[in-house]
Design a protein around this ligand. Sequence first.
Ligand code: MLT
Length: 201
Amino acid sequence: MKHIFIQGKDPIKPTLVLLHGTGGDEQSLLSLADLIDPEASILSIRGNVLENGMPRFFKRVAEGIFDLEDLEKRTFELKEFIDKAADQYEFDRKKCVAIGYSNGANIAASLLFYFETVLQGAILHHPMVPRRDILLPDLTGIPVFIGAGTNDPLCAPEETNELRDMLQTKGADVTVHWDHFGHQLTMKEVEKAAEWYHKFI
Ligand code: MLT
């Protein structure tokens, strides 16, 4: 997968795995990572799917309706890519914290839906429920931050609460930050994510 790896100043810090929204790329969230933890390593990945020229992490049938077969395939592909990148760049595979926005948050959530030990924690900016037809693994103690909008046109508050409940039922330690700025990723939400990160990671 196309990606950027930046070695962090502090080798004991986690590696931030950056997953952009639809139409973004591996450059899109670099400044965000700097606001969360400027000393951490960064693995920023470009989604392998193109929708009308816009990179994404998995195919969709329509807005908000996912191609579940492709979502599964791409979730496994992403996990394998992170595994291999850890070998190649020699970072601690057990200390990967995903930071995803929108489509990137959806595939990060999908990683948690499939694999027990894939992430140390996750910051999900405006995620949806990736799917409802699989049994989630044990996620005991995994810290998850969800940034949500009470007026997000792509994800109703009920869906955010559903995702929170699905993760919490499996033992994840979920914090939801609510704002009223639609699907946008605002500086206030990033500041809240940074506060959460320094407390839980
Ligand atoms: C998705 O397709 O993952 C969601 O609709 C968010 C987005 O538009 O990227």
